[in-house]
Design a binder for this molecule. Structure first.
Ligand code: GLU
Length: 266
């Protein structure tokens, strides 16, 4: 077992990021309650085992679309802001229900780019997140899409989760994806593609193979995940990309099993 994987066993503060493609059914775009419930149960159990968890969740806009029966993502910013405002509440309602069933308390934190770039705002966000952790609760973080536009928007939750992980001094960031990890090529089109177990340095070759593509619901692809990995690893956070559709994957990853792709901290 590599040193970086060995270290996962004792990691205490962990950021877990879940994207829309994991939370929603690919065909209907509706929330995948089976998967959400299993994921929450696993996170609750990690918390019971003594880990501090920060949960970064996308899916606000998708949940808003669902609620209103909108099939195609609107083009205008105000419409997307409105959908995020409507959907964020829907998401929190579901998280509150599932986390409460497993005995956990959650606290919603909505951030914008300002919270990352402005030193004073960053300090305040850090204090808030740490206070929630100190109270034994699980922060549930998303971008404040209802008010964040253009210049103050981070834009994707891969980068947001890396910013949060660095902010709170987490040891590990786990990004749940709809794919097993980073491949040498797109496995959907290239049969010879193989999963990369460990990326010691993010070089030009890694950036090349990560170029492009996301799903119709989410905003992130491998490209933003590699950006996130660069930021995380250079801020002392080890990052992983693992498949979010497989029950037990989080627990197995944190017990050091060879799952997904690991980017050891620098
Ligand atoms: N913050 C957006 C949402 O909750 C998602 C951003 C992303 O997909 O990375 O809908």
């Amino acid at each position: 077992m590599s040193k970086a994987r060995e270290n996962l066993k004792t990691a205490r503060r962990i950021v877990i990021k879940v994207g829309t493609s994991t939370l929603a059914h690919a065909e209907s775009g509706k929330l995948n309650l089976y998967r959400i419930e299993h994921l929450i149960r696993e996170i609750a159990d990690l918390h019971n085992a003594g880990k501090e968890i920060i949960f970064v969740s996308s899916g606000a806009i998708a949940a808003g679309m669902n609620k209103l029966g909108i099939k195609i993502k609107p083009q205008t910013i105000p419409e997307n802001q409105a959908l995020a405002a409507i959907g964020q509440g829907v998401l929190m309602h579901i998280y509150e229900k599932f986390f409460a069933e497993y005995g956990q308390t959650i606290g919603q934190v909505l951030l914008t780019g300002n919270n990352a770039t402005d030193e004073h705002a960053r300090e305040n966000s850090r204090n808030s997140l740490r206070a929630i952790l100190d109270m034994g609760a699980i922060p549930v973080v998303n971008e404040n899409d209802a008010v964040a536009v253009d210049e103050i928007k981070i834009g994707d939750n891969d980068n947001l989760s890396a910013i949060v992980a660095a902010m709170v001094g987490a040891e590990v960031l786990i990004i749940l994806s709809d794919i097993d990890g980073l491949y040498t090529a797109n496995p959907l089109v290239d049969k010879s593609a193989r999963l990369i177990d460990e990326v010691p340095t993010i070089d030009a070759e890694i950036e090349r193979i990560a170029g492009g593509a996301g799903t119709k619901l989410g905003t992130g692809g491998m490209f933003t995940k590699i950006q996130a990995a660069k930021f995380a690893t250079s801020n002392g956070v080890t990052m992983l990309i693992i498949n979010g559709a497989l029950n037990g994957n989080l627990r197995r990853t944190l017990s050091g099993e060879n799952i997904g792709t690991i980017f050891p901290k620098r």
